[in-house]
Design a binder for this molecule. Sequence first.
Ligand SMILES: Nc1nc2c(ncn2[C@@H]2O[C@H](COP(=O)(O)OP(=O)(O)OP(=O)(O)O)[C@@H](O)[C@H]2O)c(=O)[nH]1
Length: 366
Amino acid sequence: MKTSTETFPPFPEKTTADAGANVLAFHPQQGSLADLPTEPKSKTAGKTTASTAAVAAQPGPAPQQPVSPAQQQLNTALLWVHAMVDAAVLVNAKGKILGINRFAARYLGTTPDALMGHCWPDFMIKRHQPRYLSLVDSALKDLSSPQHGLAEVSLIKVNGELKDVELSVSRLPLAEPTWLVLMRDLSFYKEECMKLHMLASTDALTALPNRRFFDQQLQQLWQECQRKQSPLSVLVIDVDFFKQFNDQHGHMQGDECLRRVAAALSLALPAGVGLVARYGGEEFAMLLPHHNAEMAQQVALNVQRQVQQLDFCEQGLTADVTVSVSQGIATESRGLYPNAQALLAAADTALYRAKSEGRDRIGQSC
Ligand SMILES: Nc1nc2c(ncn2[C@@H]2O[C@H](COP(=O)(O)OP(=O)(O)OP(=O)(O)O)[C@@H](O)[C@H]2O)c(=O)[nH]1
């Protein structure tokens, strides 16, 4: 769960001024538009008949304050906000929350009442506040356009967790400057997007990064190492006589063997550096940023050791079943290769030399 490193919005003390005419704690259960207080009718205003005087003399509820036209407009807007099924907030020119419905309050993990009068932008992480303010700005500049754009922001919930939402801002044509903020929860889409990203970059059999991800990373690390004038090594690793393994033990056992080899390569990868990927079939590849040829050779020796130590008894094969790998290493250090693809091709050539020289060995590119 994402949480904010920022402090929770301060929940400023509400001042007397805050409780003034512009802020109305409207509750949906208070009733319909017809129940909202209205101005006294002008015809009867100022006149007192015998019957009204009698009513006035009786003890009863305190007479209602006259409601200004601006307040009436706001009351109507608040009624709509609370009737909406979208998460909606009504905000004044200073960013103060004039009204918020329960869907929007739920995004912040609290109730509408708890949020009344607080500063709305304070509930966004600091670096996202300008996105919201620029929407407010464009809504202010172009009243005629119904299209005010959208912004993705992370809200800070009352428990400190973050909630990703997409919001729109519209200026309402009320007497007092008032903004309607509508929000859509993005958590589900973000999670789905992450899952898709993972699926697109992971090999289903071994759970290692796949070739697509490896190729992207190779380009990135090539750029980084060029910029820092730091060496970059590539290892291409291929299981020896794997067709024979499949033929002797079956394809399912072959699959399990590839999983075990993948785990052994992950163990051989230096902690916190580079990556190992399944490049395709029974071929794997390792990226070793900031590793010169000697350092890469050490990693390759470790790969060889880890794979040699594998046994397949757990999967029902006899103790004499083993596998080995052949490896090719290429290192870019002082402008030896023109680009990342040439570096990879050199490692591949070194691998085929290792294969042709008898397998279970390490070939260094010249
Ligand atoms: N079980 C299984 N086998 C695979 C998979 N991908 C590729 N293979 C097999 O890997 C074998 C590779 O065979 P070859 O290219 O002849 O290579 P090799 O037998 O390892 O021989 P050398 O590489 O020359 O040592 C083929 O039989 C493929 O079917 C996989 O995902 N699972």
